[in-house]
Design a binder for this molecule. Structure first.
Ligand SMILES: Cc1ncc(COP(=O)(O)O)c(C=O)c1O
Length: 478
């Protein structure tokens, strides 16, 4: 009789990344040169993701622009790749603006989003970049700082759509009339280019409602004598982390069972991940549900553009945008870097805790690989250090928790049990898949004076991998 396979969360992985990880000595060589832990980014995967979204748009709308949302990752290699691909960039701070300009973006390809302070607004009016307005104050500041005839290009971000949670960003729908009045009165100073939104949600119906609202606002803007020509639908196109949705479901089932005291314990420190126990049953939606998604960004975008709009007699969104001579703009972040980054850490030691759990201690901390402290539900990959595979022989799958290097009880990299093919040994590497989107850079901390891991760009050329510091990456024209 064969034993049942342990619960697993296999990660979807790009073939290029897999080839890198299985190239003998490739991980070890990168770490030997640049140190551990390290974040590795793969600009060629980024370029492929970009082409995927571009293909969907090109097949459906006559006019469009993709603005890479820089905030998703600080990598210079990604910015350079976006520049070389000829797309636009969405920047959300003065430093991101400098990064875009430094990579060669001209102002006509730059859009500035998010809330801005007085200094930043004053800087932007001189630049010729498109300013995506967060609130009426920004608009008034721009008007006050601009000479007649200068015509600063702006988009207006809208929020407060029916059925969408309250957002701290954008102008509420109910306040748009006042904004339209300012735009009409300041036509000499401000070039109104159109309405924008960005939703955190992956829910298609919410996005469709936001589009319908923006189309209605566009008509109102025309009635007020303005000539908007852009519909900016933001980012929020989802990633696919799991390689096997059935395995994911089986893991969650085993986790729920374990919360009821059945089977092997699977959580650290009493974590319930958003589930709650009541009347002997597990209820609720886990906080990590995004890791179960199987619909990729290109599919999600295609479905959105093909959706029939009730407000337009069922005609497709793409067709309606084209009929209204609206360019469709996108601000994808995580979908462009999906599968384009990994994080490598080294195993320091393995120990047993008082409750009999196995803790694998790594040389990085939780907030180096978890975005906003989310529980990351894909299995890391064990890459043996030279020789260690033989030493520890195949001891069989082992369920462990991964611990970080900070002297905080909460510095557990996984609060859920992870099954590895064997017990790791000091010196082995664990590779965290798909960390380029917000995982790497949203909360990189320097606690205990540990330095922030270097970021390395990995490119394959004529069958061999070139690894360099991200800041030294040069875009090769093929
Ligand atoms: C205005 C705006 N656009 C685009 C994005 C990128 O979103 P995503 O990474 O979900 O595509 C964000 C993310 O916060 C945003 O705030």
């Amino acid at each position: 009789m064969t034993a049942a396979a342990p619960p697993g969360l296999p990660a979807k992985m790009h073939a290029l990344v897999r080839t890198f990880l299985t190239s003998p000595g490739a991980v070890e060589a990168a770490v030997a040169e640049f140190g551990s832990p390290a974040h590795l980014v793969f600009p060629q995967v980024f370029a492929e993701n970009l082409e995927g979204l571009r293909g969907v748009l090109a097949a459906r709308v006559p006019g469009f622009r993709i603005c890479y949302a820089h905030k998703v990752n600080q990598s210079r290699a990604f910015v350079l790749t976006a520049w070389a691909a000829g797309v636009g960039i969405d920047v959300a701070s003065a430093a991101e603006l400098d990064s875009a300009l430094g990579a060669g973006f001209t102002p006509d390809r730059i859009e500035v989003t998010g809330p801005k302070g007085a200094e930043f607004v004053a800087d932007l009016v001189e630049r010729g970049v498109t300013i995506n307005i967060d609130n009426p104050w920004e608009l008034e500041r721009i008007a006050a700082l601009t000479e007649p005839g200068a015509r600063v290009p702006v988009l207006v971000r809208v929020c407060g759509f029916a059925g969408t949670p309250v957002s701290r960003f954008g102008v509420p729908l109910a306040r748009i009339d006042a904004v339209l009045k300012v735009l009409a009165a300041e036509r000499e100073r401000i070039e109104f280019r159109g309405f924008a939104f960005h939703l955190d949600s992956g829910e298609p119906a919410e996005r469709v409602r936001a589009v319908e609202s923006c189309l209605e606002l566009t008509e109102r803007a025309y009635a007020a004598g303005l000539t908007p020509s852009i519909l900016n639908i933001g980012g929020g196109f989802r990633q696919v982390f799991t390689a096997d949705a059935t395995a994911f479901d089986a893991y969650v089932h085993a986790l729920r069972e374990s919360l009821l005291g059945r089977g092997e314990p699977m959580t650290w420190g009493g974590n319930t991940f958003g589930f709650h126990l009541e009347d002997g049953a597990v209820h609720g939606t886990p906080v990590f549900h995004k890791y179960a998604n199987t619909v990729d960004a290109a599919r999600m975008l295609a479905d959105l553009l093909d959706t029939g709009l009730e407000s337009h007699g069922g005609r497709g969104l793409a067709a309606v945008a084209a009929e209204n001579l609206l360019e469709v703009w996108l601000e994808p972040g995580k979908s462009l870097v999906d599968h384009a980054g990994i994080t490598v850490a080294r195993v320091e030691f393995v120990k047993e805790t008082a409750d009999g759990s196995t803790l694998v201690n790594l040389d990085l901390s939780r907030d180096t690989v978890t975005p906003a402290d989310q529980e990351v539900m894909v299995d890391p990959i064990l890459v043996p250090a030279n020789g260690s595979a033989a030493e520890s022989a195949n001891s069989g799958a082992v369920g462990v928790f991964l611990a970080g290097r900070l002297c905080l009880e909460r510095d557990l990299i996984t609060n859920h049990k992870v099954w590895l093919p064997r017990c790791p040994a000091p010196g082995d590497f664990l590779v965290f898949p798909n960390t380029a989107a917000y995982h790497m850079d949203l909360s990189a901390a320097r606690a205990s004076m540990h330095s922030v891991p270097p970021k390395l760009a990995v490119a394959q050329q004529s069958g061999t991998f070139r690894v360099c510091r991200d800041v030294d990456y040069r875009h090769e024209v093929h």
